[in-house]
Design a protein around this ligand. Structure first.
Ligand code: CTP
Ligand code: MG
Length: 385
């Protein structure tokens, strides 16, 4: 179903101060794996095919920071929140009136890891049941009642669940419920709906869908990232000269590697492998043959470009494995030096780099010392698209 017909609108509340995390900037604007927390939450909703529009509710003091943080997302202008979460939700719901949505989701900006699967489940149940729908998780700790520090009882854990967001509702119903609730305090929108007599049903929430509350919550769970690999290969001819550059190290030799740059096949294979892992094409696309910009430049400059692409895409290099193939010069004594140079160029520890050298038993162009070749495999971790 397209975004226009029977869309479900969303209100994402982001007007809090994040006092428990602390610091001058509210938690929703702090980086989480290189991207503002609020960008995660808003983009997860805004890219869902059934959800449109996604309206952010913000604190007026952080309007500029908000704009900067959500650049590139398809969102209507943000509206201002109130002194409490409940007031912020009400402001958001009222601002949606012009869109006259049939159904609405209310979500905390502080929950960046909401999955597409959970959104599907809430949307499906909301369309089917047309009542309140909330995601819940079971409780694993035993829950106690206490007075002061004395325990006065133990709750029946089997009857209790923890409520998450997004919570879904018929739009007119939840707007009226919030208006009626004004002045009375409720801690989630389901409680507001319950107080107005609306039926609320549960769907299975997701333990990964945590609300970032304290500073230590700012780490990205492994199921929010993916691992990808890329391979690279390059070969250059040996011509008259006095040294070769291999993996960023100068090695004396009676010949040199031909090429537009310094001919460092090791680094060229490495850069191609990084481009492969990022899904960014190949060396020829980024550094066209004959492009004067790269003429005579050290190949380390190409590695720097590849590093910038990784940074832009918030990718982390986990491992680079390079195999140099050549008959002469003998490279084994220089392996550690090359490892050190490549780690430096990539900005990673040496344990993340491996350099292998092999001769080809005198076979082929490599065996005849007509050229030197290199192959590389790079492994990266990057955010889920
Ligand atoms: N929120 C809001 N308006 C408020 C208070 C909170 O829109 N007046 C939003 C927060 O930005 C957050 C969500 O409600 O996305 C859940 O609130 P919470 O996790 O408590 O965030 P903060 O109130 O910002 O944090 P703290 O309570 O630690 O100050
Ligand atoms: Mg709060």
């Amino acid at each position: 179903m397209g975004k226009s017909a029977h869309s479900i609108a969303a209100v994402v509340v982001a007007a809090g101060q994040g006092e428990r995390v602390g610091g001058p900037v509210p938690k929703q604007y702090l980086p989480l794996d290189g991207r503002p927390l609020i960008h995660w939450s808003l983009s997860r909703l805004a890219t869902h095919p059934a959800i449109h529009p996604v309206l952010a509710v913000i604190h007026p003091d952080f309007a500029a920071l908000h704009e900067e943080s959500v650049a590139g997302l398809d969102l209507p202008p943000a509206v201002h929140g109130g002194a409490t979460r409940q007031e912020s939700v009400l402001n958001g719901l009222e601002a949606l009136r012009v869109h006259a949505p049939d159904l609405v989701l209310v979500h905390d900006a502080a929950r960046p890891f909401v999955s597409e699967h959970l959104l599907d489940e809430i949307v499906r149940t909301l369309r089917e049941r047309r009542c309140g729908v909330i995601p819940v998780t079971g409780i694993t700790d035993t829950v106690k009642y206490r007075s002061g520090n004395e325990v006065t009882g133990t709750a029946d854990r089997d009857r209790l669940v923890c409520a998450q967001t997004p919570q879904g509702f018929p739009y007119a119903g939840i707007l009226a419920a919030h208006q009626q609730a004004y002045g009375r305090t409720f801690t989630d929108d389901s409680a507001v709906a319950e107080a107005a007599g609306m039926t609320v049903v549960t769907v299975n929430g997701d333990r990964a869908n945590i609300k970032i509350t304290h500073a230590e919550d700012f780490s990205v769970p492994s199921d929010q990232t993916e691992i990808s690999t890329g391979t690279g290969y390059d070969a250059h001819a040996l011509v008259a000269g006095d040294h070769v550059m291999l993996c960023g190290v100068r090695i004396d030799h009676d010949r040199t590697l031909e090429g537009n740059t310094d001919g460092d096949v090791g680094l060229h294979a490495l850069v191609d492998a990084v481009l492969g892992a990022l899904g960014c094409g190949d060396l020829g696309r980024h550094f066209p043959v004959g492009d004067a910009t790269w003429s005579g430049r050290p190949s380390g400059d190409l590695v720097r470009v590849a590093r910038d692409l990784m940074t832009e895409r918030r990718a982390t290099l986990l491992h680079a494995d390079i195999t140099l193939m050549c008959q002469k010069p003998r490279l084994a004594p220089r392996q550690e030096e090359m490892r050190h140079a490549v780690a430096g160029l990539l900005g990673v520890g040496e344990s993340r780099v491996n350099i292998k050298v092999t001769s080809t038993d005198g076979l082929g162009f490599l065996g005849r010392c007509e050229g030197i070749a290199a192959a590389a495999t790079v492994t990266i971790r990057r955010p889920l698209p």
